[in-house]
Design a protein around this ligand. Sequence first.
Ligand code: ADP
Ligand code: MG
Length: 226
Amino acid sequence: MSEPALVVEGLRRSFEQGGVRIDVLNGVDLSIAPGEIVALLGPSGSGKSTLLQAVGLLEGGFSGKISIGGERVEALDNQGRTRVRRERLGFVYQFHHLLPDFSARENVLLAGLVSGRSEAEAGARADELLAALGLSSRLGHRPAQLSGGEQQRVAVARALANKPMLILADEPTGNLDEATAATVLAEFLALVRGQGSAALVATHNEALAGRMDRVVRLHEGRLAQA
Ligand code: ADP
Ligand code: MG
């Protein structure tokens, strides 16, 4: 049996604002099998981004246990966090966060270079992913020269560049119109399934959540199976 892609146990996170403490995550438990795609549903403000930031080792300030691919990660130092992010995780956000001065191809290729691939290998992977996303004729376009849907496709390609064990997506199509969101999500899911990565995908769209393998809901700081 291979290790789960993700195990979260008893995750807690509070914010203090003007002397008032808000318990956003109140003991979250979650396990994701290798290759499993899980939708994280919850209304705005329910803590979806907070959970993804904790799992993505982007934010401190939480308590609880997190294992990624069988390795405990919550107590790693900065160097260890960077290593896990580069080797095991991929990220897609609501806004593309692409580098504005680089082309679509370069944005994807750079993710491979940063993780230690050769330029030839990273370039081939970028071409393969962008072709699968229908962007072969946009390789040299910079983000500002792309539509919103195309920008998100490039962000998807970047997240998948290193075939990470776990992809964390925070409302990846939340900034797109309904039809484009459905298309981009379908392409994203097909690529993730094709390469066998697991994913945790935050959304407040029930219809989109229904296309994933399993749905969990954040309610009062805890997760319930839908
Ligand atoms: P979601 O992504 O589900 O919309 P968030 O995780 O962004 O929810 O936020 C959950 C709650 O945590 C909100 O009530 C928000 O105000 C609060 N929160 C998030 N980040 C901070 C912060 N840095 N400081 C104070 N409160 C925060
Ligand atoms: Mg959010």
